[in-house]
Design a protein. Structure first.
Length: 198
């Protein structure tokens, strides 16, 4: 259990690090560099909610929720680091992400988050099959499409909290991103059936 919790926190720290580089660099370059986080999660075998949701049975949801809590703690650690790396680009990109989440309806958050979940599961599925290009391209695809990732969003929201920008709408927005990510993570298994398990 101790290793599971540590690896859950580590996964959040890695994704938060990816989030920080995206906030600092922005654009296509930032989206590509964000991929470092997911590449390291897979390389280290860290416990990432969106990396495991498509592979674990529904009875493992309590384990996934504990994993997500650990991911959020890791994101908070990354946000503490990010406070010391602030520049105008970080503030501008963070404000844009927060504004996009705030203005989105719950159905929009649910559906767009499902897209992220599908991409994440396919990226990890590819790595399990020794195909690593989906890992490299998956993160830039969902970022450039503006699709929410609940763990990355946990980093953005934690940073907003530390900067005194946390507002009530963040909690339901995060909930719909979590739900949408979980649904999307399970779409490849639903459509591929037996092929997914092989």
């Amino acid at each position: 259990m101790r290793n599971f919790l540590l690896m859950s926190v580590f996964a959040g720290l890695l994704i938060g690090t990816g989030g920080l580089v995206y906030l600092r660099v922005g654009g296509v370059a930032g989206a590509v560099l964000f991929g470092f986080g997911l590449l390291c999660v897979v390389m280290c075998g860290a416990q990432l909610f969106t990396g495991k949701s498509g592979f674990l049975p529904a009875k493992q949801i309590p384990r996934l929720m504990l994993m997500l809590a650990g991911n959020a703690v890791g994101c908070l650690v990354a946000a503490v680091i990010a406070v010391y790396c602030l520049n105008q680009s970080v503030m501008s990109n963070l404000s844009a992400i927060l504004a996009s989440r705030q203005s989105a309806s719950w159905i929009s958050l649910l559906l767009t988050s499902a897209g992220t979940g599908m991409i994440m599961t396919l990226a990890v599925y590819g790595a399990r099959k020794q195909h690593y290009l989906p890992l490299l391209f998956g993160v830039p695809v969902f970022i450039l499409c503006g699709l929410p990732h609940c763990v990355a969003d946990a980093f953005y929201y934690a940073l907003a909290l530390l900067l005194g920008k946390f507002e009530w709408w963040i909690l339901p927005a995060w909930f719909w991103a979590i739900a949408g990510n979980y649904i999307g993570c399970n779409l490849p298994r639903f459509f591929m059936q037996e092929q997914f398990e092989n």
